[in-house]
Design a protein around this ligand. Structure first.
Ligand code: SF4
Ligand code: SF4
Length: 447
């Protein structure tokens, strides 16, 4: 099976329950942002810029858990900012799991090994020694780490332990050179790979999470899937980047650029995702085959942004994670007060100009599962994809030259900083990233 049976059954039960009750709108995945603080400053990150005034603000644990209970989504994606900085992340994960929900921890990977070492300390007995030796042999922990683990952990706090109900969802936007440049720090890709290796050795479930931009090299993304498949990751989330309307207007007004010069239009998205269905056969791509057909340009879907709501320190964001027209105190109030007919693209026509080029998963992936724009055979297609055989790890992926940046002595942080300083679009997060990716492509051609 592509996905664990218990998880698939849980989600299917949730959909059937609401279909039987004829609930008009309900949550499938909660995107929970307990904080917007991050240890990285990735080029073009919308979160740390949009919420730059509230980086110190955090949602109390009780509010986080109450939000999950209120919207009752079967899956909760804990994001941010960097969720592993949240001081009560262990209690949060534990609390959501105890509510019977599936948890995705969306992380940049930098603190994953620390959290897994805490887990090892919490379960340490001498029986763990062979495992510690393997981790030492593979240089995934140091001698000092092993000593700390052997001392055990007795602070009474929960730990993030392996669970079939939980995934590490690691942000990776390319191979080493590209990824480190985008996150503006050398060594991040390598740390992510080591964290993923350690997680797999300890029995955690791991997914990768990638955003595709206009300048993203599709061949590199395919190699990235091959590489991570060889590490036996459990799945991949991939979604096209989104361009904020303010950014678009700014580019046109200040720089006299046409949006299609910079932004991933629907046409460009379809070109980038032309092979998504092939990828879905070769790798465990998360997302319904119906959404994959939509990305590949084979059909239209109607936005169901209410199905993947976002809750942060200011409230429930309407209409979606990408576009903030307001914050509401409860999910139900947001559902009731927002005029959802104002948003999305219907039969190729944008109801709101800001939605024009949007094909992101938080608007359209649930549409594929919920049967909006249903076509005969869709349910069978989704069923077959979920229950079909899981693609085997792509062993040849070990030969991919994933470490093509700092690890081969090709440090490039100065170059990254120069690129960002010369990017004249500081109010345009996605455009900044496009600009940087263009520079990466030019550099690769030169070298
Ligand atoms: S790791 Fe995530 S939250 Fe942090 S800066 Fe990068 S994209 Fe933004
Ligand atoms: S199409 Fe939907 S998800 Fe995309 S920006 Fe518009 S409301 Fe948000």
């Amino acid at each position: 099976m592509r996905f664990p049976l218990a998880l698939t059954a849980k989600i299917a039960r949730h959909i059937v329950k609401h279909k039987v009750k004829r609930t008009p709108k309900f949550a499938m995945v909660l995107q929970l942002e307990p904080l917007h603080t991050c240890n990285l400053t990735c080029t073009g990150c919308g979160r740390i810029r949009e919420y730059s005034t509230s980086l110190k603000d955090m949602m109390p644990l009780e509010d986080c858990l109450a939000s999950a209970a209120e919207c009752d989504a079967p899956m909760v994606s804990i994001c941010g900012g960097e969720p592993l900085i949240y001081p009560k992340i262990e209690e949060l994960v534990d609390g959501i799991l105890k509510q019977g929900r599936i948890v995705y921890i969306c992380t940049n990977g930098m603190f994953m090994r620390k959290k897994m070492k805490d887990y090892l300390a919490s379960i340490y007995t001498s029986a763990l020694e062979p495992k510690l030796q393997t981790l030492l042999d593979q240089k995934l922990i140091s001698d000092k780490d092993a000593e700390t683990i052997r001392k055990g952990k007795s602070d009474g706090r929960p730990v993030i332990r392996p669970s079939k109900w939980q995934y590490w969802n690691v942000h990776i936007d390319g191979l080493e050179y590209t990824h480190d440049l985008i996150v503006e720090r050398e060594g991040v890709f390598k740390e992510c790979v080591e964290a993923i290796k350690m997680a797999k050795l300890l029995g955690y479930q791991v997914a990768t999470n990638t955003t595709v931009y206009k300048e993203t090299d599709v061949k590199e993304i395919e190699e990235m899937f091959e590489f991570f498949s060889s590490l036996e990751v459990d799945g991949h989330t991939i979604s096209p980047g989104y361009d904020y309307d303010a950014a678009k207007k700014d580019m046109m007004k200040r720089l006299n650029k046409q949006p299609e010069d910079f932004f991933l239009t629907r046409k460009a998205t379809r070109e980038k995702f032309a092979k998504i269905e092939d990828w879905g056969k070769r790798f465990t791509i998360f997302g319904t085959p119906v959404y994959q057909e939509f990305l590949a340009g084979k059909r239209e879907l109607t936005c169901t942004a209410w199905a993947i709501p976002t809750r942060n320190v200011r409230g429930w964001i309407a209409p979606c994670y990408l576009m903030t027209d307001g914050h509401y105190p409860t999910y139900q109030e947001m559902l009731a007060k927002v005029d959802w007919n104002k948003y999305g693209v219907v039969n190729g026509v944008a109801r709101d100009s800001r939605c024009e080029n949007c094909m992101v998963h938080c608007g359209y992936d649930p549409s594929g599962a919920l049967g909006t724009n249903y076509q005969r055979g869709d349910n069978w297609k989704n069923f077959r994809y979920n229950f079909g055989a899981k693609p085997k790890p792509y062993v040849e992926g070990r030969n991919v030259k994933a470490f093509n940046g700092v690890s081969i002595g090709k440090g490039h942080l100065a170059e990254a900083k120069a690129a960002i300083n010369t990017a004249s679009c500081s109010t345009a997060p996605t455009a900044e990233r496009e600009d940087l990716l263009k520079k990466i492509a030019a550099t690769k051609k030169d070298s």
